[in-house]
Design a protein around this ligand. Structure first.
Ligand code: NDP
Length: 285
C-alpha cells in the first residue's frame, strides 16, 4: 500500500515556520509582508482560490488586498494598476490570478509585474532565472511538488521523472526543478504518441493534464511516486488526474486530491511573498 502524502500536514509545517519568521521580522522592520492579488472576472474557481490565498495570508501575518475587476477591463488599465503596485512600498508581492479573459495578453501582464514582486514566478526574468537554476521566486505549484517529494520520499537524484502536461504554470517549471534536482526528465503532452509506455517508465510520475482519473493502474510502474496536480470538478466532486484507488495499490507514494499538491501551492505563495519582502530588506536566502 502506498504512502499517502499528506499535503495538508506538510503545508501546515511550512506555514507555521513562515508565521514564526514573520513575527520576528515584523518586530525588526516595523511591518510584515504585503501581497496584492488581482482578480479579473467572475470565474468561480478563481474566486475560490483567491479567497483561500487571502485567508492563508492573514493566518501567517501577511497583509493582503484583493483588487477585483470586471472581465471587460482593458489590458492597458490592468498594466497601469500593476505599475502602480510595483511602486507601492507596502506591497512586496503581486499575483494576478489566472486564467485571464481572452482579450488580455497573459504574457504582457506577467511581463508588467516587477520581477522582485512576482510571487507566482511567471515573469520572463524569473522563468529565465529558473532555467539557469538561480531563481528565488519560482512558480508555486512546481515548488510545492518538490517540497512534497523531498519531505516525504526524499530522494529525487537519479530518478526518472515523467511529467504529463507542459503548461508554463505547472508542467515546464516542474520539469526544470526536477532536472535541477538531478532527475532524468521526460515531458509528455497531448501530441505524445506512446504516452502509456513512457508513463510506465516513471519513478516519479507528475500528472498535470486536467483529465479526471486519466492515469490508471495499468499505466504506472510498481513503486511509482505519483504526484497528482489535477483538479477536476465532476458533478460537484473533486477528482485528480490519477485513478487514485487503483494507482495507490501499486504506487510507493501518492498525493490525494484534495489535500495533496493544492495546499502546497498556497504554502509556496506565502513562502515567495516572504522571500520578496526579505529581499526588500536585503535578506537573501
Ligand atoms: P493546461 O490546460 O494549461 O495544460 C494541460 C497540459 O496537459 C497541456 O500541456 C496538454 O497538452 C496536456 N494534456 C491535455 N490532455 C492530454 C492528454 N490526453 N494526454 C497528454 N497530455 C495532455 O493546464 P494547467 O497546467 O494549468 O493545469 C493542469 C491541471 O492542474 C488542471 O487540472 C488544473 O486545474 C490543475 N492545477 C492544479 C494546481 C494545484 O495547485 N493543485 C495549480 C495549477 C493547476 P498540450 O500542451 O499539447 O495541449
Amino acid at each position: 500500500m502506498a504512502l499517502i502524502i499528506d499535503g495538508n500536514a506538510i503545508s501546515k509545517q511550512i506555514r507555521d515556520g513562515i508565521k514564526c519568521e514573520i513575527e520576528g521580522l515584523r518586530h525588526k522592520f516595523g511591518r510584515g509582508p504585503g501581497l496584492a492579488v488581482i482578480l479579473v472576472g467572475d470565474n468561480p474557481a478563481s474566486q475560490l482560490y483567491v479567497g483561500r490565498k487571502s485567508k492563508a495570508c492573514s493566518e501567517v501575518g501577511i497583509y493582503s488586498e484583493v483588487k477585483k475587476f470586471p472581465g471587460e477591463i482593458s489590458e492597458s488599465v490592468l498594466i497601469d494598476l500593476i505599475e502602480e503596485l510595483n511602486r507601492d512600498k507596502t506591497i512586496d508581492g503581486i499575483l494576478v490570478q489566472l486564467p485571464l479573459p481572452e482579450h488580455i495578453n497573459e504574457h504582457r501582464i506577467m511581463e508588467a509585474i516587477s520581477p522582485q514582486k512576482d510571487v507566482d514566478g511567471l515573469n520572463p526574468v524569473n522563468i529565465g532565472n529558473l532555467v539557469l537554476n538561480c531563481a528565488t521566486l519560482v512558480p508555486c505549484t512546481a515548488a510545492g511538488i518538490i517540497e512534497l517529494i523531498q519531505r516525504s520520499v526524499k530522494e529525487i537524484k537519479g530518478k526518472h521523472s515523467v511529467i504529463i502536461g507542459r503548461s508554463n504554470i505547472v508542467g515546464k517549471p516542474t520539469a526544470l526543478m526536477l532536472l535541477h534536482h538531478h532527475s532524468t526528465v521526460t515531458i509528455c503532452h497531448s501530441r505524445t504518441k506512446n504516452l502509456n509506455e513512457i508513463a510506465k517508465q516513471a519513478d516519479i510520475l507528475v500528472a498535470a493534464l486536467g483529465r479526471p482519473k486519466f492515469i490508471t493502474r495499468d499505466m504506472v510502474k510498481e513503486g511509482v511516486i505519483a504526484i497528482d496536480v489535477g483538479i477536476n470538478r465532476v458533478d460537484g466532486k473533486l477528482w485528480g488526474d490519477f485513478d487514485f484507488e487503483g494507482v495507490k495499490e501499486v504506487a510507493s507514494a501518492i498525493t490525494p486530491v484534495p489535500g495533496g499538491v493544492g495546499p502546497m501551492t498556497v504554502a509556496m505563495l506565502l513562502k515567495n511573498t516572504l522571500l520578496a519582502y526579505k529581499s526588500n530588506y536585503k535578506i537573501f536566502p
